[in-house]
Design a protein around this ligand. Structure first.
Ligand code: FES
Length: 104
């Protein structure tokens, strides 16, 4: 059953371009902030399981620093090789000063 889990404070990811590794219910999640919105994706590149939280967020895409694959921060879709498969995304809500992610 899906559950909303507080994974961070808004202040933990205060600026656009922020990527932060968090955990929720045992899931490794990368929290991203882009154009004032928060996004949450599986913190694991679909190419070779490298943490996306070690990468960079530019132009709405997270770049994996290992081999340069890029993922759309909104959809998790792979938009640059060598990754072909998307990464999972999670719904995000801001409640007060907290960032909550919905996890199955
Ligand atoms: S592990 Fe991410 S591009 Fe290869």
């Amino acid at each position: 059953m899906a559950e909303w889990v507080r994974v961070a404070d808004v202040a933990d990811c205060a600026e656009d371009g922020c990527l932060r590794a968090v955990r929720g219910n045992g899931e490794a999640i990368v929290l991203a902030r882009w154009e004032g919105e928060f996004f949450a994706l599986e913190d694991c590149c679909s190419h070779q399981d490298f943490p996306l939280s070690d990468g960079e967020l530019e132009n709405g895409r997270i770049e994996c620093v290992f081999h340069g694959a890029k993922f759309d921060v909104r959809t998790g879709k792979a938009v640059q090789l060598p990754a072909l498969k998307p990464v999972r995304t999670f719904p995000v809500e801001i409640r007060g000063d907290g960032v909550f992610v919905q996890i199955e």
